[in-house]
Write a protein that binds this ligand. Sequence first.
Ligand code: ARE
Length: 528
Amino acid sequence: KGPGKLFHRPSATYLYSFAGRTHILLRADHGLVEKATVVLGNESLAMRRKAIDELFEYFEAVLPEKSEIEYHFEIRRKDGGVEILGPFNAKPYELEAPEWVFSRVFYQIMPDRFEKGFPEEPKGEAFRGEQFHGGDLVGIIKRLRHLKEIGVNALYLTPIFESMTYHRYDITDYFHVDRKLGGDEVFSKLVQELKKRDIRLIIDGVFHHTSFFHPYFQDVVQNGENSRYRDFYRVTGFPVVPKEFLDVLNSDLPWTEKYRKLREYKWNYESFFSVWAMSRLNHENPEVVDFVREVMRYWLERGADGWRLDVAHGVPPGLWRKVRKALPKDAYLVGEVMDDARLWLFDAFHGTMNYPLYDLILRFFVRNEITAEEFLNGLELLSAYLGPAEYAMYNFLDNHDTERFLDLVGDKRKYLCALAFLMTYKGIPSIFYGDEIGLRGQLDGSLSAGRTPMVWNPEEWDTEILETTKRLIELRRRSKALQLGEFVPVKFKGRTMVYERVFGNERVRVEIKYSKKPKDCTFQVRVL
Ligand code: ARE
């Protein structure tokens, strides 16, 4: 058995500069290193043991920003030997992300569930028997004062384009905002009103699939092999649906019944999670790439500040790289990538929806599966793996696909401890509409568990949650240290965590005392 290996490569996650400092990382086989030092000229810096996984240990040193450096590592091994790794001469990697993103706190709205602006009742049954609640963009404009009051300064809207479902993840027209939401005009008005209030806007791009009812797919349904759009989709045979399927579809049966029947037929195309109504696009087709690029550019020109990209892990990263090159540099791009995000980060998306962080949060705050020490190790591993991209990640405690965090922890003091963590950690924090007033959902594990309609009667609000949320958001927005600062763990033990965020002379100290007993859960955030 050899003495084990060391690894360093001057690339994005091992050597990068961010917010005025340079980070250098080193990876070593388990149990190899007694002490690691990085040497720059005549300066020697001890490296901090940052994280550990089944195979490796990660070490890190942080120094004032450098444009180019020459360095090597000196390693004292556990077996007494000494090793030198290097020299390296390199320019630290710099994250390309829109500046405006770092000072933001996002508020996510699923438009159908937020607020009705149009007085009429929503008409009829939505496709598949799901009910529309009738929220729209007029309603959002009406409630912008609420957003201002809680202090959020960015908005993420789940899909707003023409669609037959209330969630609108199956789009029938990418160039028009759903008329039920107010259409293109109200969208422009919303953009204006948001700009007045310095609230940025990102919208949801569904480019993994379109609706079955999108004209392109309908053309394939009608014309089969001769369709101009046959290569837009991943068709496995013709006709794409049997004649009986269309007969049922065009019948007068109620949607719920139709939908049940339709599932019995075989269809000949790929789709999202075997949902026939969501036909998967063929991303190998250059025309599809052009289509995605055009739609994304179109709405950025009309006032959106960025995109959240749905099922982004189901679309080859190369497509996003190509598209990004054609978009304005200050558009924030967040991919929905659920696990290994490294293929998509850096040159495809600025950030991804931070599901790995969410999993850690669940394990510590909800399931009591891990101690604070293990939680910290998880955070540091994630940090070693994301590099500077962690500062642009979209962080959340819940969203439209999860149960509400308050339901999961079952108690507001616990919820607020987790919120304090989210607002004081690296990455862009977000809340899901209603979180700020203690809105509850169900705990049925379904995708719609948290999609309760917003409650607008202040008497039903939890004012303690509201006031604390406001305070935390304000702290976050005022503090460069919380937005950009280095994360310095001070004490992680049992269920207690103490850490600092440091940016230049600014220091913020966070102390979270967690407990299985709600009454013992407290937190404190102090600007030092
Ligand atoms: C609806 C019903 C469901 C029902 C389903 C199938 O709500 O209860 O099971 O239909 O009939 C949208 C709507 C959903 C809708 C769905 C299908 O919002 O309400 O479901 O369309 O019509 C995976 C994907 C990930 C995806 C999640 C949901 O990888 O990309 O599933 N997330 C996006 C959006 C969704 C959206 C779609 C995709 C489709 O955010 O809102 O759904 O456009 C593990 C796996 C993940 C898996 C995850 C599921 O973590 O590793 O891969 O994510 O579980 O939570």
